[in-house]
Design a protein around this ligand. Sequence first.
Ligand code: AQP
Length: 345
Amino acid sequence: MAFKPLVFSGVQPTGNLHLGNYLGAIKRFVEMQKTHDCIYCVVDLHAVTVWQDPAELKTQIREVTAAFLAAGIDPAAHIVFNQSQVAEHAELAWVFNCVARMGWLNRMTQFKEKAGKDRENASVGLFAYPTLMAADILVYRATHVPVGEDQKQHLELARDIAGKFNTDFAASIAANGHDPEDGFFPQPEPLTQGPAPRVMSLRDGTKKMSKSDPSDYSRIALADDADTIAQKIRKARTDPDALPSELEGLKGRAEAENLVTIFAALADRTKEDVLREYGGAQFSTFKPALADLAVATLSPVTGRMRDLMADPAHIDSVLKDGGARASAIARPVMDAVKDIVGFLR
Ligand code: AQP
């Protein structure tokens, strides 16, 4: 494998950052730093595929950055920036719009879910979201992408785009001095094997926890205080049965399984281990234990987030520095793409 291992991932600054984003993505970003060079991006170009209030967007960009830093991402050792500061993302996305096929994008379930019945009124950007996501990753020729399970289909599309670019331009890739065996772009690998790749809504165990759910009680927000976290867990939907002692017993009990998954992920324990301790317990016992754990684990992160948000100039300087370092990697890749495609520069 000729491509240097490099991690890339992003989070949209669309407000309501929640426990699913934290356990499915941000907590894993922190772990990946120990073994890889990492680039973490606040994907503001993605955010505006649906309407964002301009003043709120700025705050939300700082909020996601604050969450990254508060969770333990080191912006000096790795790279943290907001997407719109590096023009090469949009530039490569245009080339990928011309590589990807309409049929591929028509199959994307996230577009169908987000556009709903009113497809005609959805933005063109929302439809083309996955080609921009492919560009985000491939403009750094990143090889590994830690994401929640909901993003798996988009990652498969990024692999298809990389493959088609490598095939369509194979002769030009070789003529421009790149190894024709490897192609120009790697096949980025999704890393979804975390402890909580799909955190579900606290109101409906069949729906994923999401920023856009109209019910505030469906999610634990990173901005929630201790009382609110405890209250949301107390009110979480469950069934009347006690917890089972083994995983098998969670089958068909989506809400119970979700709470056990959240407990295990927050405590860095396996679900089996949690059930060994709480098997036979009623939710009246388990929920307060989960609330205490959630508050103890999240409070230090949310506290640091609040401190960071009190100094927006510092956050902006982190993003600016990260943007400059990201550009230094993306620019030569984009130049090479221009040569391969046949643009004059
Ligand atoms: N419920 C979830 N469980 C685990 N991981 C999740 N992620 C999102 N929801 C869950 C992961 O968080 C990362 C950043 O997500 P995003 O902000 O880019 O967009 P999203 O997936 O669209 O987030 P939401 O909350 O679901 O927003 P809406 O409501 O707008 O659709 C990604 O790695 C994602 O997998």
